[in-house]
Design a protein around this ligand. Structure first.
Ligand code: NAP
Length: 492
């Protein structure tokens, strides 16, 4: 086979990384499908005030495109988006992006993937790489009466910048990382702001700082300095944050840090009690922010913990009474466990991903699935991190996919062997048992029945080693007889 035709779905961190790696390998036969009119994925969508990343800038960037000129220790959304746009232009992949083109389906047929886009266009590719991410579909809650609300309502990932919050009575539903970032930015403008909290989060301060001209010059000019700084950030995350999530030596340190931050910022015992979680830190995503607690102590801000029973035309009704509001901001997160949805994916022999993932999404290395030859995922099941940079994980995945390409070019479509998949699942289950995510909390890492489908339990180092292995032993080529075999499709 000549160079395979590759369809990449999504132009965020993952899709762009894949496109750049192909381009750098001299493979130009790829198309990036992007449903929106601009690249950037989650960093294009989340434009709420204060949006930013709580992973340090020099680590939250591609290893092959280090950037010395970050202006802050922790990057803001506009700077990350600009970084991605620069990468796309520098590596000349922008012209391969088909904007405003939503992929709605992919079907393996006759040894190739037929990729369908909205508007019923179909196009054949040898390989499909899904780079749609885990945090791409906002989740609105299912609260009775939401459509009756007479004011302005929007989700944090679809911020309504035309709506001036000055003097408004604002209800914020949710108190995760997104709310923690925007509440301090809007609290001073709103007339009254109520944060509806279902579960308190552990919060630790974010030691942000600006990089002045001298620091930026040093990082640019001193040989090896940027690399050493990045390496230090990475090692710190591996050696200090990971053990905290694996119930190791730093778990107590993390809890002390979070409790100390809460005590230092919130003096009132009643509010402090409301904000104190009853599960161990890390079970849900730890919020890393220095301004959230202070904002919650403002006289015009209140934390409401009574259960929401309905939303009416005039605001939010809880078990304790009515809370008048003219603006509701849903900071209620994303549909994280529905990987790839709503794209309909049909593999060989009548297998559909919807059916195969009935009990929760799973993929070998988070990248590939039996019955779905030449289909690869970026930031797929069990590859999210609570302790280190997702960009690192994406690069491991792209490297693995690049290593698969020569095999499938030489021997035809290939898929992961069922026994490799089973061994992976066993290994994952064993490692998962030691993690704090299991410890009695609800989180976006889990399905409704409690299975952690989103997070990688090991260190990032281990994931790098596993994905760096030759794919030869774990995959098999799909020859004609297997291809024709019809699976006994069980009812959905
Ligand atoms: P999230 O962490 O999933 O938080 C959703 C919030 O909405 C939770 O407080 C949840 O309460 C609440 N909620 C959901 N449904 C509700 C309902 N029916 N009634 C009342 N409350 C409800 O979402 P997010 O804050 O958007 O953050 C998602 C993830 O994005 C983060 O964990 C993080 O990984 C990423 N993120 C990262 C950064 C960064 O700096 N790197 C910044 C923002 C976001 P419960 O806790 O009770 O479920």
């Amino acid at each position: 086979m000549a160079a395979p035709r590759v369809a990449i779905v999504g132009a965020g961190f993952g899709g762009l990384c894949m496109a750049i790696r192909l381009r750098r390998a001299g493979i130009g036969s790829f198309t990036v499908f992007e449903k929106a009119g601009e690249l950037g994925g989650t960093w294009r969508d989340n434009t709420y005030p204060g949006a930013g990343c709580d992973i340090p800038s020099h680590l939250y960037s591609y290893s092959f495109e280090k950037y010395a000129s970050w202006t802050r220790r922790y990057p803001g959304q506009p700077e990350i988006l600009a970084y991605l746009a620069r990468c796309a232009d520098k590596y000349d992949v922008r012209r391969r992006i088909r904007f405003h083109t939503e992929v709605v389906g992919a079907a393996f047929d006759g040894g190739r993937w037929q990729v369908s886009t909205a508007g019923s266009q179909r196009e054949a590719f040898d390989v499909v790489v899904m780079g749609v991410g885990q945090l791409n579909r906002p989740r609105l809650p299912d609260i009775p009466g939401m459509s009756d609300f007479a004011g302005t309502a929007f989700h944090s990932a679809r911020w309504n910048h035309d709506h001036d919050l000055t003097g408004r009575r604002v209800a914020v539903i949710g108190n995760g990382s997104s709310a923690a970032q925007f509440v301090p930015r809007i609290a001073g403008r709103a007339g009254r702001l109520e944060v509806f909290q279902r579960t308190p989060n552990w919060v630790i301060p974010k030691p942000d700082a600006t990089f002045g001209p001298a620091a930026r010059s040093a990082l640019r000019l001193v040989p090896g300095l940027q690399r050493a700084y990045r390496e230090w950030l990475y090692r710190y995350a591996e050696n200090v944050f990971h053990p905290a999530l694996a119930r190791g030596w730093s778990a107590a340190t993390l809890e002390r840090r979070a409790r100390g931050h809460l005590s230092a910022q919130v003096a009132a015992p009643v509010l402090r009690a409301k904000l104190t979680p009853d599960y161990p830190p890390g079970c849900k995503r730890v919020v890393i922010d220095s301004d959230f607690y202070a904002a919650l102590t403002r006289p015009n801000v209140e934390v409401v913990t009574e259960r929401i029973v309905r939303i009416g035309p005039g605001g939010v009704e809880t078990e304790g009474g009515r809370h008048e509001a003219d603006t509701i901001i849903y900071a209620t997160g994303f549909r994280t466990t529905e990987f790839l949805a709503p794209i309909e994916v049909a593999g060989r022999g009548g297998h559909t991903l919807a059916r195969q993932w009935n009990g929760g999404a799973e993929a070998y290395l988070g990248i590939s699935m039996p019955n779905f030859p030449n289909l690869f995922l970026l930031y797929g099941p069990n590859t999210n991190l609570g302790h280190n940079s997702i960009v690192f994980m994406i690069e491991c995945q792209v490297r693995h996919i690049m290593a698969c390409l020569p095999y499938l070019s030489a021997g035809g479509p290939m898929e992961v062997r069922p026994e490799a998949m089973a061994a992976w699942t066993r290994q994952l289950d064993r490692a998962m048992a030691g993690m704090v995510w299991q410890d009695g909390c609800r989180s976006w890492y889990k399905t409704a029945d409690g299975r952690v489908t989103n997070n990688w339990p090991g260190r990032a180092d281990l994931y790098r080693r596993l994905t760096a292995r030759s794919p030869r032993a774990a995959y098999r080529h799909i020859r004609e007889p297997v291809d024709r075999e019809r699976a006994v499709a069980s009812p959905a």
